[in-house]
Design a protein around this ligand. Structure first.
Ligand code: B1M
Length: 229
């Protein structure tokens, strides 16, 4: 990693708001957006480690999130520049599951989806099972995306999938799950269609999922069949 990207990792890890803004502004001119975001995510990982070791408290986690969001205010316009060049390709309902208020990863996924032509309905955080179900009824999305950062909340992803099955809605949508504790195996075990390791992979996967849906033409929202670039 280059010096300025390392400096982003270190300044986030040290909760140094003043310097990180300077470094992010510098890095965004020299590197692609992805390198800058990866550095920010790495900084958050280090913050998490410090919290686990008892060096940081919850108040520090809150500050780290504020710093991340400030940095993203600089990066986000660069991501959304892409948007002008892409055709609308599908609709995603996304949210962080019940009991969980972590939204940084979910927001990144949302931003990248929007930049790549997806219309995103964001249910925000701590989303009860019924709210996901209602959103599927109301918005007729192609994809439902769920995020969870806590081992204690990830099981609510299964609750949502079970509730969609119960309402006869499961086969109308594709389901992608993600978040730090989520794995491919977990995604499979709860009956999700896909696992997104990060925001970039989530976009690639959502494009594939929409392609699959269009083949069966079971949604009337977007023209069908639809070629996706
Ligand atoms: Co929390 N927290 N936190 N926290 N927090 C973690 C998750 C933790 C791992 C820290 C640690 O101990 N090392 C730990 C969970 C342990 C566990 O469950 N095993 C933890 C804990 C314990 C807690 C509290 C319980 C602390 C407390 O109160 N005692 C509490 C819980 C609150 C709640 O939700 N009910 C809590 C609170 C908070 C804050 C609110 C203070 C703050 C979040 C602020 C916010 O989100 N607005 C916070 C933070 C900042 C973290 C860490 C440090 C950073 C998370 C983050 O934003 N990462 C985190 C440590 C860690 O994750 N290592 C931690 C950066 C982000 C870019 O990555 O979210 O993983 P991530 O998203 C990635 C991928 O996972 C993926 O793409 C993203 C980008 O590439 N992805 C998807 C995510 N969602 C996806 C969805 C997809 C596809 C991909 O498809 C739909």
């Amino acid at each position: 990693m280059s010096n300025v990207l390392n400096s982003i990792v270190d300044s986030l890890a040290n909760l140094d708001m003043d310097n990180i803004i300077k470094f992010v502004k510098e890095a965004i001119e020299k590197f692609d957006v992805r390198s800058v975001i990866d550095a920010l995510a790495e900084g958050m990982r280090v913050v998490g480690e410090k919290y686990e070791r008892g060096e940081y408290f919850v108040s520090d986690l809150i500050v780290s999130a504020e710093i991340f969001n400030e940095a993203m205010n600089i990066v986000k316009p660069k991501i959304l520049e892409l948007r002008k060049e892409v055709k609308p390709i599908g609709r995603v309902v996304i949210g962080t599951v019940y009991g969980d208020i972590h939204d940084i990863g979910k927001n990144l996924v949302k931003t990248f989806l929007e930049a790549n032509g997806f219309e995103v309905i964001d249910l925000e955080v701590d989303v009860p099972v019924e709210k996901f179900v209602e959103a599927v009824k109301q918005y007729n999305p192609d994809i439902v995306g769920m995020s969870a950062l806590l081992t204690s909340t990830m099981i609510h992803m299964k609750d949502v999938i079970d509730a969609l099955k119960k309402e006869g809605l499961r086969d109308k949508v594709k389901i992608i799950v993600g978040g730090a504790p989520i794995t491919e195996e977990f995604a499979k075990s709860i009956g999700a269609d896909a696992y997104g390791e990060n925001a970039y992979k989530a976009v690639e996967i959502c494009k594939k999922l929409v392609e699959e849906l269009r083949k069966t033409c079971n949604t009337s929202l977007y023209p069908c069949p639809l070629s996706i670039q």
